[in-house]
Write a protein of this length. Sequence first.
Length: 564
Amino acid sequence: MATPTGHTLPPAFADAISPTLRQLNEQDLINRIWAKEYRVWKPEPREIADRLGWLTLHEQMPERVDELRSLVSMANELRIQHVVLLGMGGSSLGPEVLRTSFGRQKGAPRLWVLDSTVPGWVKQVSHAIVPARTLFLVASKSGGTIEVLSLFAHFWDLVSNAKGNHGGRQFVAITDPGTGLERMALEYGFGQVIINPPDIGGRYSVLSLFGLVPAALMGVDVERLLTRAGGMAQRCRKAESAANPGAYLGAAMGALAKAGRDKTTIMASPSIATFGLWAEQLLAESTGKEGTGLIPVAQEPLVAPRLYGSDRLFLYLRLRGDKNTELDRQEQALRKASHPVLRFDLNDRYDLAAEFFRWEFATAVAGHVLGIQPFDQPNVQESKDNTNRVLAQFESAGRLPKQSRSSPAQAAQELTARAEPGMYVAILAYTTPSRSLESAIRRLRAALVSCHGAATTFGYGPRYLHSTGQLHKGGPNSGIFLELIDRMTPDLPIPGKRFSFGTLARAQAAGDLESLRAHQRIAVSVEFGRDPAATVSALLAALTSPRSHSQRRPAKRPGAKSRR
């Protein structure tokens, strides 16, 4: 069966998707989505209609281009060399894709995306910039995100103490109308307050001002981005679902997930590899609820096709002219092994805007197919509430509650006993990124896939709380959660708070662990030693030891139903 991507699926998978495509046509689903009919997803609440503004951003945002040009002029006037985005989840992941995909443009400032409370990460960015020549984007839809406000307090002090600073002019707020952040920005004399349309959820906001402001400042042509997005939006208006690129992808993801292939595995050309981080949040937070959902797998190391289970759908974003040899070989090998693969060809990096829209539309369609509401995140608040409870205990008792930790050997034993085909292992690291750590994580992920048949995901905390955290608690009970916690030394104070960044990060980790266990998830916590990469390597050595293999449960046969 030919697809809107120009490629084909094996007949068995095409046949599995066809009934869903026919059903979408019978329901006139495409036209109903464009009409913003909330009953596409649920009889109630009507508020769903107030979260569909992303459908027409490509038409609205050109009206804001002059505002963006004014901001760029202000940055030039202040001789800005660095732009630091302080945001979480939907405010940060889209800009992170643009940052890593486009790189630093000639004559434009360097963009940094900071979405962490780990003190080492905050210090790393603080030391890399020139405070008096840095513009800070304080981005929060709600205007009250604890991470963003804590980071603002730190950088406000840093700028205030820097020689030659421009005070509040070096700060720009991006938020919804009437938020506490808008009021704070006016009080502190921010250089600009940018109000985003309120009818857009965070994870659907990359083509709104949350994505376009950092894009413009780093020298990306935002009008060109919007043109590409508009082209895809026009194609996604086709009422015939099999010819509609967004509807086809959504139908494929939803139908195959219902058939057991819920591990939506994203492969992307090296230059656009971080697209998977954005897609992770979009898919996980939108669909991971009511005990179902798509489990996005991004940036997982490649292994031989025979080692993958029958729970995978592979989606390959291929950028023309990139170093695609290894991925092209993997695509062909997967097809030869009769795995379902869909490929999306990008002519250049600006086609990312088209893919942003395709995947947003597809996620809305997949939500309908799965029978869930893709615009809320009912389980995210739990971890926030638990974090606040832990912080309150710290402020009253002067210490965090005692946490039970496992050694690397104990964690490996738990993974050996539990990991099996049909499940996924989520590695959640509260630490500062480093090449050595990420290399060790890649080896661990490859071993889990190769030796145990389990899919793997990896996320930094607290970033993942605003990304895949909803899926972890509300999605299928098929995950094993390995939490890796930094020592948080040396720590860093948060101005105006009785707790530090390290305490906040530890409280967030503790709060999420409590939430996972309350949902009967398998969750293991390990504290990093002085060298985080060495801790991961020790865990890997224990996992792959002969003794570990002797303790492994018998693997399920391919296609066996995974535990839910």
